[in-house]
Write a protein that binds this ligand. Structure first.
Ligand SMILES: [Mg+2]
Length: 307
């Protein structure tokens, strides 16, 4: 439902010349002066939908609520500058929950030199809801959008994927420094942070760039957590299926011209590994290429085992 609603809404939203990048990317880019762009993103998380307050310390929820915003700024290769925190607290134990939320928010803001520049706090008879708006600034190279990948570009990803439900989805470090470093030094063509899962977010990149992709299944960096899930659970998902569909990895999925990708892969300039997992194509679909040469169309809804 969300996807259809957003498509419908995007066709109707008013805009103006100061909106350089509007809805449809990881964050919006506003042109305020001739030489500066400001990048804006907002995320809302609700108890019972995005987390379970009864099962998780609220400080981890606070960390996540801010980190998801930073991850969206990272996806635009923007440096976070300020954040605004809106809390709707349950009446019961609201003060304690607020304190714990900030125990997670403040260290992360501090780590990235980000100001908590404002916000709002209310309470009600319902569950906890937290909405954070974050502002960032682009580097001199400008924003990294979802729309710049071209056929022939390499498809790269940071870190490893899958199984984030075992902890990474709450405790991840957004790839801010990594994205800015790479985009400043190299001409990346497109980028997105993996929140919906590799398969869906690759479709987002392809859709906005107007091209397709060939994804090499045996090149996907699989997280240990994905292997743990595949080994333990009763469902029939394999580790690579977890890596394709789990989501909330908050790694950076990006495109670069082949020569640039070769340099990045040779230098491996980050603390976290960078993997080449495929190539953008001029076909209008995402193809999963297995090690034995089998090609399968990857559905937009995420990975479904078909072989
Ligand atoms: Mg995003």
């Amino acid at each position: 439902m969300e996807r259809a609603f957003i498509s419908h809404l995007r066709e109707r939203l008013p805009t103006n010349e100061n909106v350089v990048v509007g809805p449809g990317d990881d964050a919006a880019v506003l042109k305020l002066f001739d030489d500066a762009n400001i990048v804006v993103t907002v995320d809302a998380l609700t108890d019972g939908v995005d987390f379970a307050l009864s099962e998780v310390d609220a400080s981890r929820i606070g960390h996540k609520a801010l980190a998801v915003n930073f991850s969206d700024l990272a996806a635009m290769a923007a440096r976070p500058v300020a954040a605004f925190v809106s809390l709707v607290l349950p009446k019961f134990e609201g003060d304690r929950i607020a304190r714990q939320l900030y125990d997670g928010i403040l260290p992360l803001a501090d780590r990235f030199g980000v100001a908590i520049a404002g916000g709002d706090t209310n309470s009600w008879d319902g569950p906890l809801a937290i909405a954070i708006t974050a502002l960032g600034e682009t580097t001199p190279r400008g924003p990294l959008t979802r729309g710049g990948a071209r056929p022939g570009d390499a498809l790269l990803v940071t870190g490893s994927l899958g199984g984030s439900i075992l902890g990474k989805h709450l405790d991840f470090t957004p790839r801010v420094e990594e994205a800015i470093f790479l985009h400043q030094r190299h001409a990346l063509t497109a980028g997105i942070d993996i929140s919906d899962g590799l398969s869906r977010d690759l479709h987002h990149l392809c859709h906005e760039s107007g091209c397709g992709a060939m994804l090499r299944l045996d090149s996907i960096p699989i997280a240990d957590a994905a292997r743990t899930l595949a080994a333990n659970e009763t469902s029939s998902k394999t580790a690579v299926e977890h890596a394709l569909s789990d989501g909330e990895d908050f790694e950076l999925l990006f495109a670069a011209p082949e020569a640039v990708a070769e340099t990045i892969l040779r230098e491996q300039p980050l603390d976290v590994p960078i993997s080449l997992i495929g190539q953008f194509t001029n076909r209008n679909e995402v193809i999963a290429l297995a090690a034995d040469g089998t090609q399968t169309t990857l559905p937009n809804t995420g990975w479904e085992h078909r072989i």
